[in-house]
Design a protein around this ligand. Structure first.
Ligand code: 5GP
Length: 115
């Protein structure tokens, strides 16, 4: 596994972020360069490098992330209008940070397909 990522530094409070939710398994903060009116990152505290490298041991964490995406959408007021969850995986997937994260995108009618 490569060196410490920016997300581990945010989790450790070594660098600042606009954190909107945190529990034992995950943290959610605003993306520094939003691509939608609402653009949050939901990150497991355990460093799973990417979804393509997750293991059966990560099942609880992965399920928790999906349910917390729903819960955060409710808390932040974009559940009703709808939202998109994106996971970029590897070079062709557009992954920049090798620490699994869900992009939560909302706040406008998002275009599709995305390619
Ligand atoms: P990826 O391309 O890996 O799926 O997404 C990485 C995301 O992390 C990008 O949307 C980028 O804007 C965001 N990001 C990178 N560095 C920082 C940072 O220091 N703080 C925050 N809040 N977001 C970051």
């Amino acid at each position: 596994m490569s060196e410490t990522t920016i997300f581990e530094k945010i989790i450790a409070r070594e660098i600042p972020a606009n954190i909107i939710y945190e529990d034992d398994l995950c943290i959610c903060f605003k993306d520094i360069a939003p691509t939608a009116p609402i653009h949050l990152l939901l990150v497991p505290k355990k460093r799973i490098v990417r979804i393509g490298e997750a293991s059966p041991d990560d099942q609880v964490t992965l399920g928790h992330l999906m349910l917390m995406a729903q819960e955060i959408a409710r808390r932040e007021g974009f559940h009703e209008n709808g939202f998109r969850i994106v996971i970029n995986n590897g070079p062709d997937g557009g992954e920049a940070v090798p620490h699994l994260h869900l992009h939560l995108l909302a706040g406008k009618k998002l275009s599709w397909p995305h390619c």
